[in-house]
Design a protein. Structure first.
Length: 293
């Protein structure tokens, strides 16, 4: 049965079909044909053979007509049986689409990536080699603008680099992803928020609780946008936007807020709202996020 991590990684690509070709082009430097659309296609690759072949995901690139098929596989462990199934996936999809097809393997472990990168000998002079994205190869998205433009890539980046020994870098990537999540629908926001949070190392989580504003440039990013809004349009409007954001994020993490909690947040000064926003990144429950003792 697929693991939660397996399904979570697949969901990023399913929610953003263009993520697969973007990573192939930018992270693996694969030359792609010109295309105007990327969409999810049927992952059932069974033809007339009695054996059933079903890939994790198929992304189809189109330029009026199909110009390339991408068979995407999330691989969390080594599995020698894949050396027989993967070439069949590509051959079946190529026959169905009548255009070039490649296999794109996404891994969460460097050792698995090394295994998956080995060429598969088909016999004779035929050799099959997949494109493999290892965690270290995922682009580091620490820029807010880039993260907001592509939330799924930002979340994937946080998942890949959250355990980095460079805690500063891990935090910047995680916080950029958190900012990108704010504008998403509730279902995606809650899932992505948890994915980013659980991907952080213990050192990164500890650093979040003791962040030094002089050292971490993202310390006040949670409130900066809304404080600026308050300066431009009036402090009351900016503060109201921040209150609404804090309540939304708390509700996403911990469920509907009691009336008393909503009243407390509505009356809190901006400095306390900002503190709540930072605490909810690592809080285990609503009480911890509010700073209650």
């Amino acid at each position: 049965m697929p693991s939660q991590l397996h399904e979570a990684l697949l969901l990023l690509f399913r929610n953003r079909p263009s993520l697969a070709p973007v990573l192939l082009r930018d992270a693996l430097h694969v030359e792609l044909p010109e295309y105007t659309e990327a969409r999810i296609d049927s992952a059932d690759l069974t033809d007339i053979q009695p054996a059933e072949y079903r890939a994790d995901l198929v992304v189809l690139l189109l330029n009026g007509v199909p110009v390339m098929g991408i068979v995407l596989e999330v691989q969390l462990s080594s599995d020698e049986r894949k050396s027989f199934a993967w070439p069949a996936y590509v051959a079946s999809l190529r026959a169905r689409l009548e255009c070039p097809v490649c296999l794109f393997v996404v891994t969460a472990d460097e050792a698995v990536a090394r295994w998956a990168s080995k060429p598969i000998e088909l016999g004779g002079l035929n050799r099959f080699t997949p494109f493999v994205l290892r965690p270290s190869g995922v682009p580091e998205v620490a820029d807010e603008t880039q993260a907001i433009a592509d939330p799924e890539l930002a979340v994937l980046s946080a998942m890949a680099h959250g355990q980095d020994v460079d805690t500063d870098k891990a935090l910047q990537i995680a916080l950029a992803a958190q900012l990108a999540i704010h504008g998403l629908d509730e279902g995606r926001a809650k899932l992505y928020f948890d994915l980013v949070l659980t991907s952080l190392s213990e050192a990164a989580r500890k650093a979040l609780r003791t962040m030094d504003p002089a050292k971490y440039q993202y310390q006040s990013d949670f409130a900066k946008e809304y404080i600026a809004l308050g300066q431009a349009q009036g402090e009351a409007k900016g503060r109201a936007a921040l209150v609404a954001l804090v309540m939304k994020q708390l509700a996403l993490r911990f469920g509907p807020l009691p009336d008393a909690t909503q009243n407390k947040i509505a009356e809190a000064p901006i400095t306390e709202l900002d503190a709540i926003g930072e605490r909810l990144l690592t809080a285990q429950n609503l009480k911890d996020a509010l700073g209650s003792h």
